[in-house]
Design a protein around this ligand. Sequence first.
Ligand SMILES: [Zn+2]
Length: 372
Amino acid sequence: MNRQSIPLLSPAIGTHREQLVSFHFGPQNSGQKIYIQASLHADETPAMLTTVLLKRRLLELEKAGALNAEIVLVPVANPVGLGQYVLGQFLGRFDLGSGKNFNRHFLQLTKLVARAKETLGADVDENRRLVRELIAAELAEQKPLTEFESLQLAMLKLSRDVDVVIDLHCSLEAAMHVYTSEAAWPEFEPLSRYLGAQASLLATNSGGEAFDETHSLLWWQLQQEMPADKPVLTGAIAVTVECRGQRDVSYEVAQQDADALVEYLVWRKAIRGDAKPLPELLTPSHAARRQRTVLRAREWHSDSSREDWRDDSRGSAALRYRRSVGRRNHDDFEQYRRRPVHAPRNPLVTSGAPLGHVTGAKAFRTGVLLGA
Ligand SMILES: [Zn+2]
C-alpha cells in the first residue's frame, strides 16, 4: 500500500489546511483498476467507517498476496466539508463558501466526445487508451479557482483511468440502496446482492452532474455517437451506494458492508479466491428501474393500514410515522428513503418538505432525478 496526497487550494492566506489522501493497494497495470471513496458528502459518516474497516482488510489481503487489481481507496473524500463544523453541527453536503452541493457540478467529461471523434481509430483497445489520454489532458488543463473546485478536480484526477467507481454515501434515514446505470446494472447486480440493497435505482443520466455519472456518461455517450469504424467499449462503470441513514453508524454494520465490498471484489476477480454464492436480490430485478416518487408533507394521506404516515396536527406539517425503514408498503413500491422525521430527534417537518421516497418497477419520472 502506498499513501498519496493531493494538496487542495487554500481559500485564503494562512488558511491552508487539507489534502485529499488516497491509499493505493495491489499491482499497477494489472488490467483492472478500482476506485472506492467515502463521504463525498462529508457528514455521511457510515460510509467513512466502512472504508476504515475495508482498509484494514485490504492491508491484510495485500500482505497475503491476494490482490489481483489496483484498488484506490479514499476514506475521507471531502476534508473541506469535514471542516464545516458550524454551531455544533456538521454541514457536509453543501460547500459553505459557494452554497454548492459537493456532489454536483463535476466537470462533464462528455465534452470530450467531439474530440474523440477526430482522434479515435479502428482498434478498440487503443481507443480506450486514447480516450483516457483525452481525459488526462482535459484534467491537466483545468485551473481551479476555489477550494471546492480543487477538491472536485483532485477526485477526478485520482479516478481518471479506473475501470470501476464505487462512491459510498448515505441518506438521512434509509434502507441500503444503490444507484447505477442500466448499462452497468449487470456488473453491479452482484454488489447489490452482497450489500443486501433493498432498492437498486437505474438511470443513464440523472441530470445532477454527480461524480459517478461524470465517469459513466462519457463512455455511454461515446458508444452512442461513435461511428461503427471507431468502436468504443465501456471504459468505466460507476455506482453510488447509499449506506443506509446518517445515524446508522456502528462497527457491526460497517464491517458487514466492508465484507460485502470485499466479496464483490472477489467476484470481480480483483481479489483472489472463490466468490461466495450470490445472496438473493432483495428487490426483484424487474423492479430495478429508475423510479423515484417523492412524498411531500400534506400530500400523502391514506386510509390503508399499510401506509401510516399521519398528519397529527390538522393542517400543520407535523407528521410522524410508525413503520420501520425499508419495509415493503405497497404492492408495486418499495420505500427506501425518508427524511429524518423520526422522533425524538426531529418529529417536525416543514410544509412541502419531502418525507420519503419510494421506488418501483414502473418508471415515469423524467428530467433531473436528483435532489439538492
Ligand atoms: Zn451523499
